[in-house]
Write a protein that binds this ligand. Sequence first.
Ligand SMILES: [Cu+2]
Length: 112
Amino acid sequence: MKNTIIILLTGLLLGLTACSKGEAKQVNIALTTMQCGMCESTIEKGMAKVNGITNFDVDMSAKSGHVTYNASIIDLASIEKAVSALGYQANETIADPVAYEALPACCKVGGM
Ligand SMILES: [Cu+2]
């Protein structure tokens, strides 16, 4: 009887762990319009403030962002919108024009 309870509890714990892990998702986002190290820090700092995003790692040479997020709080479309609001294109989501205009010249496409 005691063993049965332990087995049941272990099963329950494993189930719970699997559930909470299931909400953490990872995805790569193409950041095709980023230009320089300043873009990298703008995006990383900006995305660190977004609720539901656990980690947003920008790979400048690959022009992509590796995102870890909680899928029960935020979805991919909202993450793309948050990047857009910083002035950068995310996958197929075009950069918000106002935010893009406000970027320093070096961070604009073809800018110097
Ligand atoms: Cu830049």
